[in-house]
Each structure stands twice: as C-alpha cells, then as structure tokens.
Design a protein around this ligand. Sequence first.
Ligand code: UTP
Length: 308
Amino acid sequence: MTASPVSSPAPRIRKAVFPVAGLGTRFLPATKTVPKEMLPIVDRPLIQYAVDEAIAAGCDTLIFVTNRYKHAVADYFDKAYELEHRLEKDGKVELLQRVREVLPDGVRAVFVTQPEARGLGHAVLCAKPVVGDEPFAVLLPDDLIWNRNGPGALAQMADVAQQRACSVLAVQQVPRAQTGSYGIVATDAFAERCGRITGIVEKPDPGVAPSTLAVVGRYILDACIFALLETTRPGKGGEIQLTDAIAALLGEQVVNAYHFHGTRFDCGTHIGLIEATIRFALDHEALSDQARAAMTGALAELGIDDGD
Ligand code: UTP
C-alpha cells in the first residue's frame, strides 16, 4: 500500500492520555503504596510536570489510564475543599494558589481503568471511548522533559503535527548498548528536527537495532491507531506494545520522528529521578543556594572529588 499523509488541515490536539497503570516495580518497595507517578521532584509529583506540559501544549481534556491501586492519582486531581478552606482562612494565599493550579479552570480530568497491566498499547486502547475520532497526545509521566527557556516538548510536537498533518513521536539518540530498553526507529534524513519514520522495533538487541534513535514518552497519534491496537497481538514481554501498532500505522500514514529541544530525565529509573531532583533543586529560586551547599557538603563528607 502506498503511504499517504492524513488529510489537511490538521486539528490542534486537545486530548492527552496519561497511561499510569503500570506496576512501577523498579521503585519497590516505595511503589507498593505510592504510585510511581506521585513520586516528587522537589515539591511536585512527576504527574504534575507531564500535566503542565500537556496543558501548555493546548490540551483541555486529560485522560488518566489507571488501575485499582492508583487512587492517589485521582485523589490528587480532585478538589480538596477542606484544605483549600483552611489555607484561605489562614491567609496562605500563595499555597492556596499552588493547590488550585494542580488542575486549572477549564481543564477536565477523566479517569479510565485498565483492568490488567497488559502493556502500554493496551493502556492507550483503554482511552479510546474518551478520545473518539481525533488526534491525541500520549505522555508517559516518568519521562520528564525539561526545556528551560522555551516551549515544552509536547507543544513543539503539536506544532509539527498541525503543520504537517501527521503523527509525531519524540526521539533522542541513546548509546547503542541501551537500544534494548527503547522503541528504536529507522528514518529518512532529518530536516528541521523531523525525519519520516520508515521502521520501528520494540527493544531490539544492540546488534540488530536499525539505529540508535530511541522513542521517548511523548506521542501525537492519529485516532486510527485504536483500530490497529485492537488487532495487535501480544509482542515483546507478552504485552500489547504501542510500538507494534505504530509499525502498522507506518503503512497507512506519514509518522514523523521529532528531535525535541530539551533535556529528558528517565524518572522510571533511580538515577533519572535523582538527576531530575538535583537539576530542579539547583534551578529552584528559593532552594538553589542550599541545594548547592548540601551537595558540596555531601561530596566533602564522603571524600568524593567533584572535579573542581
Ligand atoms: P513502564 O514499563 O516503564 O512502567 O511502562 P511500569 O511497568 O510502571 O514500571 P516498571 O518497569 O515495573 O518499573 C511505561 C508506561 O506505561 C504505563 C506505565 O504506567 C508507564 O507510564 N503502563 C505500562 C500502563 O499504563 N499499563 C501497562 O500495562 C503497562
């Protein structure tokens, strides 16, 4: 079949899906009771960074794919009347505003359940009744992407998706030894940070990976991905893989890889969460000096040469 672009002009994305029904085993025992997405970077949970990025990209409907153990995520986005009343009464205006900004006016949160952790592709499929027939975003909150002086990664991708009327995946280069941890794409030559994807494979061994260009946790997808997910068989790890449905999408539409501006922290790993914490603390208006002093003190106490 000849690949052809989706019809133009493309609508701007309005809906963002947050698959948060994974088991979070890498952070056990903490994630026995605290969902991975609720682990904080300084004073905000991981999920809040992803939500803010989606809202900044223009999304007004946030769809959380959860499971029965993730009540904390729904509770976090619920209105806390008693707390707000107390902060108001005590004149704690700034704190009150921060609590209210968790979910700004005009943005709605919808929760759908993934009954069993059958994989990322299956989690995305669970959002189908709410997404309907329009292009949508998928954000994996444990990939925290920070673009300090410019628009967030999803806003950048939304521009590309709208201008080119295509699906878009965020990508970054990774060391060849790490291809087995990512979806890896083959692409045409890049121009303006975009390259048309010609192939995609889930977690290939370094020896057979088609490139070292890895998909990270931001996607803008055409709604026809749902029909493809419905017929996707369990793949790598026995899970229904989003990557496999995207491989099928390549035969129907143009899908672009987009090399975003910004730094990605893989907060699904211990070191990624630590790196993000250090970076945000050092950049924090009120904490920067103390964070720097604490780090210097820790290095000195442990006798570690920090290279200065
Ligand atoms: P991961 O495999 O990175 O997350 O899935 P995990 O399973 O929660 O964590 P570990 O590997 O056991 O430590 C990537 C994303 O897909 C979601 C996860 O919540 C995460 O955001 N996911 C994964 C689902 O929502 N459902 C699934 O069945 C699998």
